[in-house]
Design a protein. Structure first.
Length: 81
Protein backbone atom coordinates (compact mmCIF):
# COMPACT_ATOMS: atom_id res chain seq x y z
CA UNK A 1 0.00 0.00 0.00
CA UNK A 2 2.76 2.41 0.81
CA UNK A 3 4.26 1.82 -2.61
CA UNK A 4 1.10 2.98 -4.37
CA UNK A 5 0.95 6.11 -2.23
CA UNK A 6 4.58 6.93 -3.03
CA UNK A 7 4.03 6.58 -6.76
CA UNK A 8 1.01 8.89 -6.61
CA UNK A 9 3.09 11.39 -4.62
CA UNK A 10 5.84 11.29 -7.24
CA UNK A 11 3.25 11.67 -9.98
CA UNK A 12 1.78 14.76 -8.32
CA UNK A 13 5.27 16.26 -7.92
CA UNK A 14 6.01 15.73 -11.60
CA UNK A 15 2.69 17.34 -12.56
CA UNK A 16 3.43 20.30 -10.30
CA UNK A 17 6.77 20.94 -11.99
CA UNK A 18 5.22 20.69 -15.45
CA UNK A 19 2.35 23.02 -14.60
CA UNK A 20 2.54 26.51 -16.12
CA UNK A 21 4.23 29.06 -13.90
CA UNK A 22 1.63 31.75 -14.54
CA UNK A 23 -1.67 31.60 -12.72
CA UNK A 24 -4.77 31.64 -14.87
CA UNK A 25 -5.99 35.17 -15.37
CA UNK A 26 -2.65 36.79 -14.53
CA UNK A 27 -0.77 38.70 -17.18
CA UNK A 28 2.79 37.61 -17.88
CA UNK A 29 5.40 40.24 -17.13
CA UNK A 30 7.02 42.15 -19.94
CA UNK A 31 10.78 41.90 -20.44
CA UNK A 32 11.11 45.42 -19.04
CA UNK A 33 9.21 44.47 -15.88
CA UNK A 34 11.38 41.38 -15.47
CA UNK A 35 14.51 43.51 -15.89
CA UNK A 36 13.26 46.01 -13.29
CA UNK A 37 12.42 43.22 -10.85
CA UNK A 38 15.88 41.70 -11.25
CA UNK A 39 17.57 45.08 -10.84
CA UNK A 40 15.51 45.77 -7.70
CA UNK A 41 16.53 42.39 -6.24
CA UNK A 42 20.19 43.09 -7.02
CA UNK A 43 19.99 46.50 -5.38
CA UNK A 44 18.31 45.06 -2.29
CA UNK A 45 21.02 42.41 -1.97
CA UNK A 46 23.68 45.10 -2.24
CA UNK A 47 21.83 47.16 0.35
CA UNK A 48 21.76 44.21 2.75
CA UNK A 49 25.52 43.74 2.35
CA UNK A 50 26.18 47.45 2.95
CA UNK A 51 23.99 47.46 6.08
CA UNK A 52 25.86 44.43 7.44
CA UNK A 53 29.24 46.05 6.68
CA UNK A 54 28.08 49.28 8.30
CA UNK A 55 27.15 47.41 11.48
CA UNK A 56 30.74 46.21 11.89
CA UNK A 57 32.65 49.21 10.48
CA UNK A 58 34.76 51.10 13.01
CA UNK A 59 36.83 53.53 10.95
CA UNK A 60 35.00 56.88 10.48
CA UNK A 61 35.98 57.27 6.80
CA UNK A 62 34.83 53.73 6.01
CA UNK A 63 31.52 54.34 7.79
CA UNK A 64 31.06 57.59 5.84
CA UNK A 65 31.68 55.78 2.56
CA UNK A 66 29.23 53.00 3.47
CA UNK A 67 26.57 55.53 4.51
CA UNK A 68 26.96 57.32 1.16
CA UNK A 69 26.64 54.01 -0.70
CA UNK A 70 23.54 53.14 1.35
CA UNK A 71 21.92 56.48 0.53
CA UNK A 72 22.69 55.98 -3.17
CA UNK A 73 21.17 52.47 -3.15
CA UNK A 74 18.08 53.69 -1.31
CA UNK A 75 17.58 56.39 -3.95
CA UNK A 76 17.95 53.90 -6.82
CA UNK A 77 15.50 51.48 -5.17
CA UNK A 78 13.00 54.30 -4.67
CA UNK A 79 13.36 55.31 -8.32
CA UNK A 80 12.52 51.76 -9.44
CA UNK A 81 9.43 51.54 -7.24
Amino acid sequence: MARGWESKDVESQVEATQAPVHKPGSNPKTPEQLKNDQERKDLQLSRTRIVNDLATATHPQHRKSLEAALAHLDKKIADLS
